[in-house]
Write a protein that binds this ligand. Structure first.
Ligand SMILES: Nc1ccn([C@@H]2O[C@H](COP(=O)(O)OP(=O)(O)OP(=O)(O)O)[C@@H](O)[C@H]2O)c(=O)n1
Ligand SMILES: C[C@](O)(CO)[C@H](O)COP(=O)(O)O
Length: 225
């Protein structure tokens, strides 16, 4: 069965407030996105990687690939207005009717290789695999009137990527019109009526979102070196 990875990196990184798009910022020796693609290549050297980039940044990415002699094979696709549209563009680049596809945020560079492999195993068997982790902090539900209530955190999970699917499942899901509550691919598949299966993620698999995440990323790589 063919394996695909759609790595979405088509965002603008507004919360990072950086001149350089956050997916191109170097951490350790390499730009964020090169760490991410390398993890998928390490998991499956034959995987077909589809990299979704902002159209205006494609030439910058190609320059970086030359500069860093980055040779992980991948197909480049222009991104869309929202993450949903970027994933949809990535899916349209896959012509096969069957196979498994992992959808992953380009800005989660430390996804463990074991998580990637496990997500494909579970998706092959169950239709999909959604990576989640338990909460470490307490949580409260806040109301518009300013009051709040404690909530039992054991009933909740934080959602990560990869989110891996059998191709027909995710293709059918993305036939829907976009909705504001589609913050990930699991919510799209769920709205299409598919049952979700969850797998254990990792606290290492952070999403680089705000400036302090880069400090954490540097420290993480130093510790691992
Ligand atoms: N139109 C978009 C928006 C987001 N993404 C990707 O989806 C992932 C998760 O999104 P997020 O961390 O929110 O990235 P940005 O949208 O770039 O950041 P921000 O919300 O701070 O603007 C990122 O890898 C981002 O590049 C995308 O491919 N296309
Ligand atoms: C897909 C995701 O990373 C799962 O946690 C998340 O939903 C992306 O949300 P964002 O608002 O685009 O950062």
């Amino acid at each position: 069965m063919s394996l695909y990875a759609i790595i979405v990196a088509g965002g603008t990184g507004s919360r990072m407030q950086s001149e350089v798009p956050k997916q191109f910022i170097p951490v350790g020796r390499l730009p964020v996105l090169m760490h991410t693609l390398t993890r998928f290549y390490q998991a499956f050297p034959s995987i077909q990687i589809i990299l979704v980039l902002p159209e205006k940044d494609i030439s910058t990415w190609n320059t970086l690939c030359k500069q860093y002699t980055f040779t992980v094979p991948h197909l480049q696709v222009p991104g869309g207005e929202t993450r949903f549209h970027s994933v949809k563009n990535g899916l349209q680049a896959i012509t096969a009717t069957d196979g498994l596809v992992a959808i992953h945020d380009g800005v989660r560079p430390f996804v463990p290789v074991a998580t990637i492999k496990h997500s494909f195993d579970v998706a092959r068997e169950k239709g999909c695999a959604i990576t989640v982790i338990p909460l470490k902090d307490s949580i409260r539900k806040v109301s518009v009137d300013g009051t709040s209530q404690t909530v039992d955190r054991t009933h909740f999970r934080l959602v990560q990527t990869p989110q891996t699917f059998q191709l027909p499942v995710i293709r059918q899901s993305f036939l829907q019109a976009v909705h504001t509550h589609f913050t990930d691919d699991a919510s799209v598949a769920e709205a299409a009526g598919f049952q979700l299966s969850l797998i254990d993620g990792s606290y290492e698999n952070i999403k680089i979102t705000t400036p302090e995440d880069l400090l954490w990323a540097e420290a993480f790589l130093k510790k691992k070196a």
